[in-house]
Design a protein around this ligand. Structure first.
Ligand SMILES: [Zn+2]
Ligand SMILES: [Zn+2]
Length: 398
């Protein structure tokens, strides 16, 4: 699409989109409870005459364009976090203890903006566009996996490519960054329970000490990452919580721990999970303690597709006002967009939202996270241009 025309269209829609973003920001809803947000999205789609389907109670999926061509999917996540907002702004969260601290209010608004523009141009689209407003990104098993289970790919035309984006507080407005290949990590939650025999702390020989067993176990767990992993595959295992005991003179009966395992490699990930479960049983046994680790399987690693990334990178070059196109350094965060990327060639880019005049801003999941709204112009532009870029490349490929 002509970038001057697109720019003018976005500018004319922008005041209305800022209103929408502020309404969503002010009324945040937790994962899988996004009923009002879903209603707002449905109302906006109805206002332009676009039919939609509801999946996973609060997810909204719509498809438009012409038959016989390829299909581009665009995805935004719509949920908020259990955080008390500390920003003093006119559109501060009205839902106590819930906040859009991950920018999903902007993701939703940008996809609504892109949908309006693409739908207005539906006659000239040489294929289908499928827009996906997805619930529950912040909570396992992830809204993406539920939408896929509920038949997202079988609904209408199967997408040939999928694009998604995330706001990036480390980059200034006007910056878009891409990672090719592994971008974000898998994330599995680990829950341990150790049961021993509680006794007087002055007579440890009469019991089985869960605290000493846990100490040995934690030391061993670190060797799974440092000694049993190929150093060429990134991975991290953190025990982040440990609870036991109530007094100086009592050895407790039970100890619980929690942690996270992250990696970029599914094969090693599942091997490591098996090693963790086995080590828990066997090391605890040495101390006469019954130990078990119950992992909760989370998101797979997010691996972006080379072709999809080249399309989005060209779109960034064509979009008006994007000054910096950068390389995104892979991070050990996780994102349920990875479920789509396992099934469809995918590109997920990071969109700078830091004001130009500050060195740093509060990051994602911080109670003072406040992205620049102007960045939405570039995010909308990226979604629209990537769509057109893919269609023109598909004409070349035909
Ligand atoms: Zn988040
Ligand atoms: Zn997020």
């Amino acid at each position: 699409m002509n970038s001057d025309l697109l720019d003018a269209t976005i500018n004319s829609l922008f005041p209305q989109l800022v209103e929408i973003r502020r309404t969503i920001h002010q009324n945040p809803e937790l994962s899988f409870q996004e009923y009002n947000t879903s209603q707002l999205i449905q109302k906006e789609l109805k206002s332009i005459g676009l039919d939609f389907t509801i999946l996973a109670n609060t997810g909204v999926v719509a498809e438009f364009g012409s038959d016989g061509g390829e299909c581009v999917a665009l995805r935004a996540d719509i949920d908020a976090l259990p955080i008390i907002e500390e920003n003093e702004i006119p559109f501060k969260s009205k839902n106590d203890g819930v906040m859009h601290a991950c920018g999903h209010d902007m993701h939703t608004t940008m996809l609504l903006g892109a949908t309006k523009i693409l739908f207005a141009n539906k006659e000239v689209l040489p294929g289908k566009v499928k827009v996906i407003f997805q619930p529950g990104e912040e909570k396992t098993p992830g809204g993406a996996s539920i939408l896929l289970k509920e038949g997202l790919l079988e609904l209408g035309q199967k997408p040939d490519i999928i694009f998604g984006q995330h706001v990036d507080p480390d980059a200034t407005v006007g910056t878009v960054s891409f990672a090719e290949g592994p971008m974000l990590a898998s994330a599995d939650e680990l829950y341990w329970t150790l049961r021993g025999h509680g006794v007087h702390a002055a007579q440890p020989h009469k019991g089985n000490d869960v605290i000493v067993a846990a100490s040995a176990l934690i030391q061993h767990l670190q060797t799974i990452v440092s000694r049993m992993r190929n150093p060429l595959y990134p991975g991290v295992l953190s025990v982040a919580s440990i609870h036991a005991g109530s007094a100086t003179n009592i050895l407790p009966e039970e100890l619980t721990m929690m942690g996270t395992l992250r990696s970029f490699n599914n094969e090693w990930r599942f091997e490591a999970l098996e090693k963790i479960k086995k080590a828990t049983i066997e090391i605890c046994e040495l101390y006469g303690v019954e130990g078990v680790c119950n992992p909760s399987i989370g998101y797979p690693p997010l691996v972006t597709d080379t072709f999809a990334t080249s399309i989005a990178r060209t779109a960034a070059r064509n979009a008006k006002g994007i000054q910096n196109i950068e390389v995104f350094e892979p991070k050990m965060w996780a994102e349920d967009f990875a479920f789509y990327a396992e099934k469809i060639p995918a590109c997920f880019w990071m969109l700078g939202v830091k004001p130009n005049d500050v060195v740093s801003m509060p990051g994602l999941h911080n109670p003072r996270f406040l992205p620049q709204e102007d960045a939405m112009k570039f995010g909308i532009s990226m979604l629209v241009q990537s769509t057109f870029e893919f269609f023109s490349s598909s004409l070349n490929r035909a």
